[in-house]
Design a protein. Structure first.
Length: 203
């Protein structure tokens, strides 16, 4: 039997294929989403497509904290409502979302874009540590809060950063225990995170 090319079906299977590449989206969910979009008004599909493109085309990294932003410096770095003497160090931009959600922290951030992991071949030079040290040197920052993930990579990274930052005469604190070991900040609930920030201790 000749396989007649069916443009719509091709388009649908292409969409399923692309959705399936997203984290947490298995083949079944990809199929469900694709058929949902197929039935949805064209305007909704357009808005989604635009939002996806915008995230790639209209965002960049803040030149100060390396958070994802559409203005440089980002709104946190620019704000005079924030405490510019504190910098909280996180692994990923989504960790900032989790911490901001608690509304307990009012300082600035620095995004490392990863963590030191010898097993995965990620060294100190592969994440944004150089930018952090340059930013701290000669700044008015008096406390750095290490909010890397409470897992092996996060602990190694915190240890390494403490060795670099302490000699600068800056107080180094670490989020309080209570975050279960092996988890990621991004998935911690507000109450646990709030306790972790409030109970932060000298490193
Ligand atoms: Zn920023």
């Amino acid at each position: 039997m000749n396989q007649e090319p069916v443009p719509t079906a091709d388009a649908v299977s292409k969409l399923i294929q692309e959705l399936n590449k997203l984290p947490g989206i298995g083949p079944k969910s990809a199929q469900r989403l694709a058929f949902h979009l197929l039935r949805a008004p064209e305007e909704q599909a357009s808005l989604l497509a635009d939002a996806i493109l915008s995230v790639k085309q209209k965002t960049r990294l803040c030149s100060l904290c390396l958070n994802v932003t559409d203005t440089d410096p980002c709104h946190i770095c620019r704000s005079d409502q924030r405490d510019h003497t504190k910098v909280c160090i996180v692994e990923q931009p989504q960790d900032i979302l989790a911490l901001e959600h608690t509304r307990i922290y009012n300082g600035l951030y620095h995004v490392l874009h990863g963590a030191i992991s010898p097993t995965e071949g990620v060294g100190a030079g592969d994440i944004r540590i150089k930018e952090l040290i340059e930013r701290l040197e000669g700044s008015s920052v008096n406390e750095v809060i290490l909010a890397t993930n409470p897992n092996l990579e996060g602990e190694q990274t915190a240890l390494y950063l403490n060795q670099l930052i302490s000699p600068l005469g800056i107080r180094v604190t670490r989020l309080a225990r209570g975050l279960p070991f092996g988890t990621e900040l991004e998935y911690a609930d507000d109450v646990t995170l709030t306790h972790a920030i409030e109970g932060r201790q000298e490193f």
